[in-house]
Design a protein around this ligand. Structure first.
Ligand code: KG4
Ligand code: ZN
Length: 355
């Protein structure tokens, strides 16, 4: 099977061709980071317009690099959700239009399913079953994965996603968008023990996360460092000393890393699984990788990561998920796009208008 994969759920246009026998044949990625940076976050309409401008030439380029005429494709996979609805619709319309023109099936892919299957792009891929920690800008969840298509969400965030917490804290520290990588680089120079920040939800049973309390605790530390009164907003970043900023970054990162690590240990113990897959943008975090490696060493479990460029959004994971889904057979999903789509449930169909 040879599948074209299209990712347009947020601020990255990703295109790839994956072949079930030969593996990844070609891929291209366009990041919109520079376009959104001046706004400090993703502007949905700009994202949609940029996907529209980039997608068609990228598909041509990738098909050529894969030495694959469109007619030789077996299916077109696209991210159908969750994500920004305008951005999703660009990929959905392009993929379904191309599929229709070619007389081939379009395969809607769940963005988080693609993230959790991304380690299968690597030569040393994990066997099933495993537990997946999915930590990105929009999601934080623990999923028990029995096989392709058999997912049980066993933990989720009650408020902010882990990446969102990184991004918001980074903004508070005056770091450029996207904050996660900038904050983790700064944290490497800081003292993680200087500020005692809460480890959210660790004192409670269960596998859910909550990061808003940690965000508030960081806000209070920054206010105190700036000498700003409690009822005043902090002044983003610039008035903090470099040492202060690095210490806040390191203390914040340590709190989030410890929380995620303990929850993963619990999830492995609860499910009896021996393999942990970590994916999503925050999976690129070096401190998290080191902590999970140490924890898994102790418990005898093994941790698997996709390489960093497959941790963040990309077309390769969508093409692969399309191939794995098609190979697994079963009922095809309805065609569509849904900004909200719980993992492991059918793609929500368009609601009928009540007359
Ligand atoms: O999976 P992803 O590329 O996009 C979403 O689906 O959200 O994840 C992006 C998120 C952002 O919040 C970004 O700040 C965070 O992942 N991120 C990191 C690191 N690299 C990316 N967070 C912490 N440390 C990093 N090294
Ligand atoms: Zn993602």
């Amino acid at each position: 099977m040879r599948v074209l994969g299209i990712e347009t759920s947020c601020d990255e246009t990703g295109v790839a061709v994956y072949d079930s026998e030969q593996g990844l044949l070609a891929q291209a990625l366009h990041s919109q980071i520079a376009r959104h940076a001046e706004y400090g976050g993703v502007v949905p309409e700009l994202a949609s317009r940029d996907h529209l401008a980039k997608l068609a030439p990228m598909v041509d380029q990738v098909l050529e690099a894969a030495d694959t005429p469109a007619e030789a494709l077996d299916a077109i996979a696209y991210t159908a959700g969750p994500g920004l609805v305008g951005a999703l619709l660009v990929g959905a319309c392009y993929a379904t239009g191309l599929a229709r023109a070619l007389g081939k099936p379009a395969i809607p892919v769940h963005h988080m399913e693609a993230h959790l299957l991304a380690p299968m792009l690597e030569a040393d891929a994990p066997a099933y079953p495993f537990v997946a920690l999915l930590v990105s800008g929009g999601h934080s969840m623990l999923v028990d994965v029995a096989a392709v298509g058999q997912y049980e969400v066993i933990g989720t965030t009650l408020d902010d996603a882990a990446g969102e917490a990184f991004d918001k804290t980074a903004k508070l520290l005056g770091l450029p968008y996207p904050g996660g990588p900038a904050l983790s680089a700064l944290a490497e120079q800081g003292d993680a023990t200087r500020f005692k920040l809460p480890r959210p939800m660790l004192n409670r049973p269960g596998l859910d996360f909550s990061f808003s309390g940690l965000k508030t605790a960081v806000l209070m530390v920054v206010r105190e460092l700036q000498g700003v009164a409690g009822d005043q907003p902090p002044r983003p970043g610039s008035t903090l000393s470099d040492v202060g900023r690095a210490d806040v970054a390191a203390s914040f990162q340590a709190a989030i890393v410890e929380t995620l690590t303990r929850k993963c240990e619990r999830a492995l113990a609860q499910t009896g699984r021996q393999r942990l897959v970590v994916a999503g943008g925050v999976g690129a975090n070096r401190a998290l990788r080191a902590a999970l490696a140490a924890a898994c060493d102790t418990s005898g479990a093994r941790v698997y990561y996709p390489r960093p460029e497959y941790c963040t959004d990309n077309g390769a994971m969508i093409a692969l998920a399309g191939v794995l889904r098609a190979e697994a057979g079963g009922e095809g999903l309805p065609i569509g796009a849904a900004p909200r789509w719980p993992l492991g449930t059918p793609l929500p169909e368009r609601r009928k208008r009540v007359a």
